[in-house]
Ligand binder design. Sequence first.
Ligand SMILES: [Zn+2]
Length: 418
Amino acid sequence: MQIATIAALVAVVLILLRLMTEQWLAWLNRQHVQQHATAVPEAFRGIIDEETYNKSVRYTLAKSRFGQVEEVYGTIVLLVVLFSGVLPWAFQFFQQTFGQSAWAMAAFLFSVMIALSLPGMPFDWYSQFRLEQRFGFNTTSQKTWWLDRLKGLLLGIVLGVPLLALILKIVEWTGAWWWLWAWGALFAFQMLMLVLAPVLILPLFNKFTPLPEGGLRDRLLSLARRTEFRAQSIQVMDGSKRSRHSNAFFTGFGGFRKIVLFDTLIQQLSEPELEAVLAHEIGHYKKKHIPKMLVFSAITSLIGFYAVAVLARQDWFYRAFGFEPGNIAPALLLFALLSGVITFWFSPLAHWWSRKHEYEADAFAAKVMNEPRSLIGALRKLNEKNLSNLTPHPLYSGFYYSHPAMLEREQALAQQPV
Ligand SMILES: [Zn+2]
């Protein structure tokens, strides 16, 4: 057997292995949820009423079944795209029509990625307007939903195509070490986006208004002072435009830093609870979680670029998927389509690390609040309002959860010395 054939077979096996693991974990989680579905579990009695608990079970099961169908469908689409010959055909078409310039190849990569996002769109639509709607979360109008997609597409054309063209130019300019230069360019672009996105991109999707003067604002500003957290302003974002789910975050750097609260969060929580949530966010900042994550993602993308550089030198990598060796663009495309089957197995590690950060931020919040009760109260309400799964299977939450399950967080908080 030729190496190219073996490589194609390995790709199929890896794709199917990921799908089977996803399906098995989803099944395991549903079994676990159903076993606890008959009555509100001991730990949650008096915290959550039976009706809300039942609703959270139904929401979890509905989302899980939907997710399973989506995964099977996505895998079939991926296999068809990889092995039907449609990609080499599209590549030929672009080369013959627009030539081999970096811009033509960037347009090829961008067009294919857009075309590949289309099969998933009905699922996104169904998820928002059927599933989320059924459980009372959806507040998005059809107009907003379609406009969001259009804006995303335009942003991709304005930002994504030039970035791709730059990376392809770097391949031409720098030779064997292109992957290091390309990585540097991507990293610089990401840094620039961290600064520009809050100012230029977020306002395209949401409205931000300063938190009005009053008790809440005074309370939050006093917390920021107490923790020596410099912030330019506290903004309220109209999250309710799309969903009843709620959140808080901060954007920008140094003197430009802004604290952002979803309007839905302000509606759902009391003032001390909001203060505790902000203290948690400040905790992420004080514990340097953001630079740590940046370094982690920079290392990951460096490994990624190096892997493409190595693969792009192997003829079998091209031939396995019907391409002729020689041009870097198909190698970049194949890597983008296939890297997920490898990174999937590392996601539990990344999620474990993220959960560790959540515990640290929780501990920080309890310390500056001098009590863990406000944060516990906020977490309880958020879990209730978001109909979170209160009884995930440990293997499932270990694999997928970026935040610890509510009970784990509450137990850790209750043990905090304050
Ligand atoms: Zn957090």
